[in-house]
Design a protein around this ligand. Structure first.
Ligand code: HXC
Length: 543
């Protein structure tokens, strides 16, 4: 054998072949590589008419979505060639690409994530068994590798042709959503009509994003609603982004476009650790920890009844005034989201007097409790800003179960063992005072501004109970004057935080302008309060 042929056969791993056979073998290999490339290419290409239909709806294709969301060239696809084994109802002849879902791994801001993107051009992204198994497999790997999972959903739900196999496929995914809950962050991005099973997997994840105008979520669509209940309703009214971000609270974040949505997802991930055994990444900041907070002085000087947007306080406290608000349009009486302070990620829960006076109602209790549980699951310290007159009274609230919903917040704060810092700004009354990370729910540092009023109830309500006999027996024309005097006396006793500071329910009354400095110092002291490796909470049940 010639030297060059010898080298070639050796290099190609084919030993002892005659030159002719070696050549034939080489051609065979080249041919099979060609076929493989053709197959892969075909498996990655949707029919042009379906792509056009997708585009007409103003939507990206599943592959474009992966490209726009992930770091450049980071997508690592697996199971490209998976196919349905179903032979019923002509499924076999449909040649569904990747069985209607693209699965794999990618990087976001340099960090690994597992990801799947449903392909609406393939039988409406409906979920058959092979489709479900592909998703389940990357979820399994994500849980083992301890990295977040992101789902890009665009699906008509269980694939009707595959019968119970599709339902079982959903069962497999739901089970994994729950196993992964509180262990790795799970994010669902709704990018089309999602019906039936396609909404329940997102509901089990931590955050749901929707895009205005193109995302819809419902258990049953307008047609079924009409035949079942006679109600005439369109897609948007039934399950559009406004319905779910403002009314049902199913959706956490709304975007104007798919690109805007991907930017938001990438932003959110900067605040989260990869898993429950790690902490969020610290970042460097040019914002001094000693920066004064003059807006809090203004708050301290305000009439306690005057409403204002609590976001102003949050911006003032946060590094570079940046606040990533979650669930912005739902239950606005409580505001939640992420900030950084001194470079460390902090979750904020704050009463917002600008909506319902900041009172805790059914939705606000659920919203705050679930967020607190998320923070506790992922080792993120909690800053609670208190300005609350109480739980919202009323028959609707009582019959809606404010006792049951309100209790979730008591549970969530009591259970949380991450650092907990509380700042009472103005009012803190009654059960709501206790619920908002008070001392005996084990707040670590409970601060108050000098203007804080902390009492069992507001002065007016309190005197009407305490002095009911006196008020009833007073001459009619004197009632108002008596009430005002008694209210003033009561307020003088409780309209400051000094009584609570004397008993230890408040650890320190602080200068409003030094609030940022105090909170950052407290965070630094508590930095090692809980070792993430001993994180006790696994599970972020949808509350
Ligand atoms: C099989 C489906 C499908 C499904 C859509 N398609 N949904 N195929 N199973 N569930 C197919 C359509 O036949 C069509 O195929 C293609 O996807 C695009 O659908 P269109 O209807 O043409 O698109 P559009 O007008 O945009 O409407 C989208 C839709 C609608 C709103 C999603 O298709 C729809 O209402 N589908 C059914 C939704 C539903 O009721 N799902 C619940 C399933 S039960 P061709 O060949 O024409 O391209 C379920 C139970 C699980 O999920 C419960 C777990 C708790």
């Amino acid at each position: 054998m010639e030297e060059s042929a010898k080298k070639e056969t050796k290099n190609s791993g084919v030993k002892d072949l005659a030159p002719k056979e070696a050549k034939a073998h080489k051609e065979e290999v080249a041919q099979s590589i060609k076929i493989f490339r053709k197959n892969i290419e075909a498996a990655r290409t949707s029919p042009a008419d379906k792509v056009e239909a997708q585009k007409k709806k103003g939507k990206f294709t599943a592959r474009e979505r992966l490209q726009y969301l992930l770091d450049e060239n980071s997508f690592f696809e697996i199971r490209t060639l998976a196919k349905s084994r179903c032979t019923d109802f002509g499924i076999k002849d449909k040649d569904l690409k990747g069985d209607g879902v693209i699965t794999g791994f990618g990087r976001i801001n340099g960090r690994e994530v597992a990801i799947f993107a449903q392909d609406f051009t393939q039988l409406g992204g409906s979920l058959g068994l092979a489709h479900a198994q592909k998703i389940a497999y990357i979820m399994d790997l994500a849980l083992e590798a301890k990295i977040p999972v992101i789902g890009l959903l665009d699906s008509g739900g269980a694939r009707i042709q595959e019968g119970v196999d599709s339902l079982d496929g959903y069962g497999e995914i739901f089970y994994r959503n729950v196993k992964a809950s509180g262990v790795i962050p799970q994010i669902s991005v709704i990018l089309g009509p999602c019906a039936g099973g396609a909404v329940y997997s997102p509901a089990l994840t931590d955050y749901i994003f929707m895009v205005d105008g193109i995302s819809h979520m419902f258990v049953t669509g307008p047609g079924v609603v009409k035949s079942a209940t006679g109600e005439d309703v369109d897609f948007d009214t039934l399950g559009g982004s406004k319905a779910h971000s403002q009314k049902s609270g199913v959706c956490h974040m709304v975007a104007n476009s798919e690109q805007d949505c991907f930017r938001q997802v990438r932003d959110l991930l900067t605040f989260l650790p990869q898993n429950c055994f790690e902490k969020s990444l610290s970042t460097s900041t040019i914002d001094s920890p000693d920066r004064k907070t003059p807006f809090l002085e203004k708050v301290a000087g305000m009439n306690p009844k005057m409403p204002f947007r609590i976001q102003h306080v949050i911006w003032e406290l946060a590094d570079e005034n940046k606040f990533f608000e979650i669930h912005r349009d739902f239950a606005k009486n409580v505001v939640v989201g992420f900030i950084r302070m001194g470079g460390e990620v902090v979750g904020v829960v704050a009463n917002n007097s600008d909506h319902l006076g900041g009172a805790l109602d059914l939705h606000a209790s659920d919203k705050a409790a679930r967020f607190v549980r998320f923070l506790n699951a992922f080792n993120i310290p909690i800053l609670t800003l208190v300005d609350i007159g109480g739980y919202l009274p009323g028959v609707e609230q009582e019959h809606g179960g404010i006792i049951r919903h309100g209790a979730k917040l008591l549970y969530a704060y009591s259970e949380a063992s991450v650092p907990k810092i509380t700042l009472v700004l103005r009012k803190a009354y009654g059960g709501a005072y206790i619920a908002m990370s008070s001392k005996y729910l084990r707040g670590d540092f409970n601060f108050a501004l000098p203007s804080a009023e902390i009492a069992v109830m507001g002065p007016r309500g309190a005197i009407e109970i305490l002095y009911s006999k006196e008020i009833k027996s007073a001459p009619k024309e004197k009632v108002e004057e008596i009430k005002e005097r008694l209210t003033k006396e009561y307020a003088e006793k409780f309209a400051s935080p000094y009584q609570t500071a004397s008993t230890g329910s408040i650890d320190e009354v602080i200068e409003p302008s030094s609030a940022r400095q105090r909170i950052i110092r407290a965070l630094r002291i508590l930095k090692n309060k809980r070792d993430p490796k001993n994180n006790p909470q696994k599970g972020n049940i949808p509350l």
